[in-house]
Design a protein around this ligand. Structure first.
Ligand SMILES: [Zn+2]
Length: 338
């Protein structure tokens, strides 16, 4: 099969790789009709994370089950399934509490930018759709594996409730899905923070009522202006930089919540940052498995269309151009066709 391998920062290639095999009786093999590049793939691509030799890459996936191990009972060949970027048993105490990304037996997924993928812990990880989805649904279903589930968790972790004013820091695919999630959870006002016109437009289509183009302290001041000097009830931090985290905390009213899902790179928070603001902070790697049944239902009913974050579609063979386009912010998110 063909799969993407990252050799070094800036160096991704499609190669002929061995087909994945069932290694454990709890595994499944799925065939991926579409796959994609994640904003978090840009960290190693830009050299912010180390690349230790050639590494198969990609962790977002949905597709048709080809084969299952002898102990798998909840999915069968021919079904269309979606799973999280972290495989989980869905039975341990952390999973039962809805924190499947902290599963005692968790396995980080990789190698999903490919034609075929081995999914460990298939019974716990994979959720089947009601039927074989039509091609138009594939981009939206693919986002549920990571970016939409992560935006949703950001909103849940921030404590978004009906009627609230919500601010979203970050205009990548996760931030935009966060806007969509906040509206779905009943936010009355959603302030999207973005300087990029195409992203501002999509944020408005996803339900943003206001757009703030400033950053850092100026952005905080703008959010305060828009909320009678109080701050937002809930803020979604979807970047992972120190500036974004501080911007999120200082944009939140006392007693409000910050949901942070950007993978931290250089974020430093002090006790005083929290003590002085009286803001609740919760986040981490989103347990998207918790939300999959509900989000699949919303996509099937046509309530949400998060697949619109894909604004560039390429054959898998042109993956290098896909990474460049996202790195240079020419594309929000790139869909790849194996
Ligand atoms: Zn578990």
């Amino acid at each position: 099969m063909h799969g993407v391998v990252m050799y070094a920062p800036g160096d991704v290639r499609v190669e002929e790789r061995p087909d994945p095999q069932i290694l454990k009786p709890t595994d499944a093999i799925i065939r991926l009709p579409v796959t994609c590049v994640c904003g978090s793939d840009l960290w190693p691509y830009r050299g912010a994370n180390e690349v230790n030799g050639p590494t198969p890459i990609g962790h977002e996936y949905c597709g048709v089950v080809e084969e299952v191990g002898s102990e798998v009972t909840s999915v069968r060949p021919g079904q269309f399934v979606i799973g999280s970027f972290i495989a989980s048993d869905n039975t341990c105490p952390h999973c039962l509490a809805g924190y499947q990304t902290q599963c005692r037996h968790r396995v980080p997924m990789q190698g999903a930018q490919a034609e075929l993928l081995r999914v460990p812990l298939a019974d716990g990880t994979l959720v089947a759709t009601p039927d074989l989805p039509s091609p138009e649904l594939l981009p939206s279903l693919l986002t549920l594996s990571d970016v939409m589930g992560t935006g949703w968790f950001a909103a849940v972790a921030a404590g978004v409730q009906p009627g609230m004013t919500v601010a979203v820091v970050g205009d990548g695919a996760v931030g935009l899905c966060g806007v969509l999630s906040a509206r779905q959870l009943g936010a009355e006002r959603v302030i999207a923070m973005s300087r990029h016109e195409p992203r501002q437009r999509l944020a408005r289509e996803f339900g943003a009522t206001d757009v703030v183009a400033e950053r850092g302290q100026e952005a905080v001041a703008r959010v305060r202006d828009l909320t009678d000097g109080v701050g937002a009830d809930a803020v979604l931090e979807c970047v992972g930089t120190d500036e974004a985290m501080h911007q999120a905390i200082r944009s939140t009213r006392a007693g409000g919540g910050v949901g942070f899902v950007g993978v931290p790179h250089g974020v430093t928070l002090t006790g005083r940052d929290l003590f002085g603001t009286m803001v609740r902070v919760h986040g981490g790697p989103a347990p998207v498995r918790r939300f999959l049944p509900d989000l699949i239902d919303r996509v099937y009913r046509g309530t949400i269309d998060p697949g619109r974050v894909f604004d560039l579609e390429l054959p898998l063979a042109e993956v290098a151009e896909g990474y460049r386009a996202m790195d240079e912010r020419r594309a929000i998110k790139v869909l790849l066709q194996p």
